[in-house]
Design a protein around this ligand. Structure first.
Ligand SMILES: [Zn+2]
Length: 315
């Protein structure tokens, strides 16, 4: 295993376009993350987000989330020959020794839960092991980062997070409002990561983390998945380059995050790409660039070890 990727949106693409295939490689029209590419790049584990866009009417969101879980088992984890679902600690231990790709389910935004704790419990039974409380906007649980009023957790949201902690679900703070972030950090023992966020000090986008948030994640033994989204890398997305990713990485290192850095590509969730960082097939090239720039232990930590250790501790 060379890589763990903490975020991709393959499932929502598969849901929108039934003709796509995770096992086929197509240049222009296909998926960014495919099994052949992941296999060649040595991806040991890929997190698959269940994402229901705000354009889906509320009444259909739960059904849409379930449809994506179904696609995960029907089109990604096929017969467990090439891909296996990562459900518990013993699966995490197999990463690296098992030749197959580990696949972990994440719910991106609790909107589809529709305020029902039973839905959270059912998703856990179906294999979901990470949940982001919000996407960009408000839902029954909390406000997202693009919600102007900047509210935190609702009363239901607090109960929701307690239930997550009880079930052993990891909480993803990417997309969550700043106030929601701090309320999560104060209230629970639930394991916390940011699956796909960069540093606001380097690129002042709302979706990026402020330094004190990064420090809090370090203190909490959390994880920060640096992401390849151009607008989170550079204030002018057209100018975003791989070097910008290193600027964010260097900033995390300055803050003492050496053992808490990972990558969350957001492949298949983005239209614009950084040149040379356009799909999973570009990871070997990124590995070379990382090797040129950072000591081996640090590179391996960011590519896989930090995330592996985090998952061993928390799943
Ligand atoms: Zn996202």
């Amino acid at each position: 295993m060379r890589w763990i990727d903490l975020h991709c949106d393959v499932l929502s693409k598969l849901w929108r376009d039934p003709d796509l295939s995770f096992y086929e490689e197509r240049e222009e029209t296909g998926l960014d993350v495919t099994y052949p590419r992941a296999s060649r790049a040595g991806v040991g584990m890929q997190v698959f987000a269940i994402f229901v866009s705000p354009s889906v009417p509320r009444a259909q969101t739960w059904e849409a989330a379930l449809a994506q879980v179904d696609l995960f088992y029907e089109k990604v984890v096929i017969g467990e020959r090439q891909v296996f679902p990562v459900l518990d600690r013993s699966d995490v231990k197999r990463l690296g020794t098992d030749k197959r790709l580990g696949a972990l389910l994440l719910l991106e935004g609790a909107d589809a839960i529709q305020g029902e704790l039973s839905h959270l419990r059912l998703l856990h039974r179906l294999g979901v092991r990470m949940v982001g409380l919000t996407w960009n906007y408000a839902n029954e649980v909390a406000d997202g980062i693009e919600e102007e009023r900047g509210g935190g957790l609702t009363r239901f949201g607090r109960t929701f997070v307690q239930e997550m902690a009880r079930l052993g679900i990891i909480l993803d703070v990417s997309h969550l409002s700043v106030r929601g972030f701090w309320e999560v950090m104060e209230m629970t023992e639930v394991p916390v990561l940011a699956s796909h966020s960069n540093c606001r000090a380097i690129c002042p986008h709302r979706r990026n983390l402020e330094d004190d948030q990064i420090r809090a994640l370090i203190q909490r033994d959390g994880l920060i998945g640096l992401t390849f989204v151009p607008k989170f890398l550079h204030p002018d997305p057209d100018q975003a380059r791989v070097d910008d990713l290193f600027r964010h990485l260097d900033h995390l290192l300055e803050l003492g995050a050496e053992h808490h850095i990972a990558f969350g590509s957001d492949f298949d969730g983005i239209d614009q790409k950084v040149p040379g960082l356009e799909n999973t097939g570009d990871l070997p090239e990124l590995e070379k660039l990382l090797a040129r720039r950072y000591p081996e232990h640090l590179r391996i930590g960011c590519q896989r070890e930090n995330a592996h250790r985090f998952l061993l501790k928390h799943l």
